[in-house]
Design a protein around this ligand. Sequence first.
Ligand code: 9D3
Length: 250
Amino acid sequence: MRIAVVSLFPRMILDALSHGVVGRALSRGTLRVDCFDPRDGATDVHRTVDDRPFGGGPGMVLKVEPLRSVLRGAVASFPEAVPRVVLGADGRRFDQDLARIASTWPGLVLIAGRYEGIDERLLESEADERWSIGDYVLSGGELPALVVIDTIARLLPGTLGDAESAEQESFSDGLLDWPHYTRPAEIDGRRVPEVLMSGDHAAIRRWRLREALGRTWLWRPDLLERRGMNAAERELLEEFKAERGERRSQ
Ligand code: 9D3
């Protein structure tokens, strides 16, 4: 998949993508990311990309012409039509479901804003969607662009190893993670749960699912509501609650 990013800080995007799983996806060619800088679309000597807001008030607004010119270049760099997505705090919440959908697209143009925002007329005429990554105020769209790219990259065939890819579709999908442990088996008198040392893979699987269900019930009941549970899972959750009650009364 290829993603084009329109941003005033292309280095911020490319530097951040050079590490780890996404860095490998880029060097293997599973993913390609190209940046387009609105400054390159400015025509004056100062390479102006922003101007004062009509109506007054603090801050600056990204002008239409430089942004539109590089955005059209970004769109034209694809052989077919691809969705143009503006990152904005007022957009549709980006989540794993939306990431799964986007990971099937042949390409994507992400537009990251800065300052107070982008001239509304550009958003109306040159963008298909607006996505937000959550309810908090950032300084611009670059970090959201990176969040979107990282999330999509992990879903592309060939990014993760076979084991990790298989785990994505596992029984624990839609739940919080179970707890993880590594050596040493005891630290400051605190031991790793005995079942993990047992070598009984069915029991380990069952314990992990129980912990994942229990943690999701405790901390993200909204996720559990949405996902639902089968009879076996409901029983495991009851087991978790009973054991938790016992632990608390000890
Ligand atoms: C304090 C500024 N706000 C006035 C009410 C408006 C505003 C302007 C620019 C708020 C945020 C931004 C910059 N943020 C983004 O470009 C952004 C963002 C975010 O801030 N939170 C969550 N998702 C996103 S996606 C893009």
